[in-house]
Ligand binder design. Structure first.
Ligand code: ADP
Length: 462
């Protein structure tokens, strides 16, 4: 109403142009102001909406960014349900899925890696990987111990600097050149010498092979070290054994042959010499038979064919019987024999025949290596569930350095003298085998010129 009044008034006053303009302009301006205000209000509302929307959007984007960063640092926990609303919800959901897949894949890979690491760590074989630039890319604990180097320092360094064994270096170079199936041998360790078999294989580039292009130039070499010390030792023992047996047989056989030929050449007609020569032949034949007996016993024992028949055995009875059996020889050598035993000694779990053999060997040695006028003391006692038997003599004794070796086959402290005495050098190794087959142990304490004290243990019965 007011507008139309002004409008009308404006029309009436058109005659006065200035005044008319004023009266006409006022109502029009008011309209524009309203219009402008409405527009500004609208603009403000839109800006506010845009601002609020973009703030929410950038917050979501920030959340996603933070989530991506978390995934990058290995934290695969999914986004919360509240973060999955709105326009970026789909993206969040697929990121959640990706994170879950990554977590599963990384978990599987980690498990696989841990398993391989555990296998390599627990392997007694030394394993190392050498890259194409001849640097040590990886090695397990066993490898670093065998070649005596620190794995932390060595990894990534040129093998020429860290591995002192030329055998490994040469084989690795050939493997990197493409040669396959390389093997060798090396020795390490002072003073305990250890022998290792070395196997080196080239690592073919997987990509070339996968493409069916056949093995390309190696990208590295894998070195495996396996210990063969025991194998080499056994080979040596076997060679020594054959050499020893041949030697032991040769001496009596040569003598027998020599004396038999002398007899045939005419000594038979000479009664005094003839008899002496035949006695020598008989002694050598006896020695041969002792040797073959001992060898047979030993080979039966070592082939695992020794099957002791365990019973509850009275050791004092066995010892007394063994002493009686050697008494004539002891008296002949003017040696006194003594035996000390507690009153109620429990029985032992043993094979009477085999234990007799042990006692016979130890008593024979004591008589053999004790000069006339000496004494031999036997005793038996108990200790930690075992009976302990000792055979002590006042004989020539055994040098300390030899004490550990006298239980080896054919080992004799004074080989020439022992051979003269008719010994085979097998007695103590038979003793050791028998005692160990009973679950006991054997040992010696000795001082040169003062005597020796051998002992062995046998488990008490029940
Ligand atoms: P052998 O048949 O030569 O006696 P053994 O295996 O019984 O063979 O003994 C090995 C070596 O140990 C002997 O050659 C000897 O040198 C030494 N030995 C064994 N027993 C005694 C002992 N009681 N006193 C001194 N030396 C001994």
């Amino acid at each position: 109403m007011r507008t139309s009044f002004l409008w009308k008034c404006g029309s009436a006053c058109l005659a006065g142009p200035l005044a008319g303009a004023v009266t006409l302009a006022l109502p029009a301006k008011t309209g524009w102001v309203w219009l402008l205000a409405a527009f500004l209000l609208l603009l403000l509302a839109s800006l506010l909406t845009i601002f609020l929307l973009s703030r929410r959007f950038s917050r979501r984007l920030d959340t996603l960014k933070r989530f991506c960063r978390r995934i990058g640092s290995g934290d695969f926990r999914p986004l919360a349900e509240t973060d999955l609303r709105g326009e970026l919800g789909d993206l969040g959901r697929s990121l959640n899925e990706t994170a879950a897949n990554l977590a599963a894949t990384i978990g599987a890979l980690t498990e696989e890696k841990n398993r391989s690491a555990a296998i390599l760590r627990s392997m007694v074989e030394g394993v190392a990987v050498i890259d194409v630039g001849e640097h040590l890319a990886f090695c397990n604990q066993a490898f670093s111990e065998i070649v005596d180097m620190s794995p932390q320092v060595a990894q990534g360094r040129p093998i020429l600097e860290v591995i002192r064994q030329p055998e490994i270096f040469e084989l690795a170079q050939r493997a990197l050149g493409g040669e396959e199936g390389l093997t060798g041998e090396m020795e390490v360790g002072v003073p305990r010498r250890r022998v290792f078999g070395v196997t080196v294989s080239p690592v073919s580039p997987a990509a070339a092979e996968a493409a069916g292009a056949g093995p390309g130039r190696p990208v590295g070499a894998v070195v495996v070290l396996h210990e063969i010390t025991e194998l080499r030792r056994l080979e040596q023992v076997r060679q020594d054994f054959v050499a020893n047996v041949s030697h032991e047989l040769k001496t009596p056989l040569t003598s027998i042959q020599g004396f038999a030929e002398t007899l045939l050449a005419g000594a038979l007609e000479d009664p005094s010499n003839g008899r002496r020569f035949v006695e020598i032949i008989r002694n050598h034949a006896l020695r041969l038979s002792r040797l073959t007996d001992d060898l047979l016993k030993l080979s039966r024992i070592e082939a695992g064919k020794l099957e002791p028949e365990f019973h509850a055995v009275s050791l004092p009875e066995l010892i007394a019987a063994a002493m009686e059996a050697v008494r004539p020889r002891a008296e002949q050598s003017r040696l006194s024999l003594h035996f000390a035993c507690p009153e109620h000694l429990p029985r032992v779990r043993g094979d009477a025949n085999l234990l007799r053999e042990v006692l016979r060997n130890l008593l024979d040695n004591a008589i053999q290596y004790t000069p006339a006028g000496g004494r031999i003391d036997l005793s038996v006692g108990t200790e930690d569930g075992f009976a302990v038997v000792t055979v002590a003599d006042t004989g020539i004794g055994i040098p300390e350095a030899e004490q550990a070796r006298i239980f080896e086959r054919f080992y004799r402290v004074d080989a020439a003298r022992s051979r003269e005495l008719g010994s085979t050098g097998l007695g103590l190794s038979i003793v050791k085998h028998i005692v160990e087959a009973h679950g006991g142990r054997v040992g010696v304490e000795s001082a040169v010129g003062r005597g020796s004290k051998f002992f062995f243990t046998v488990p008490l019965a029940g």
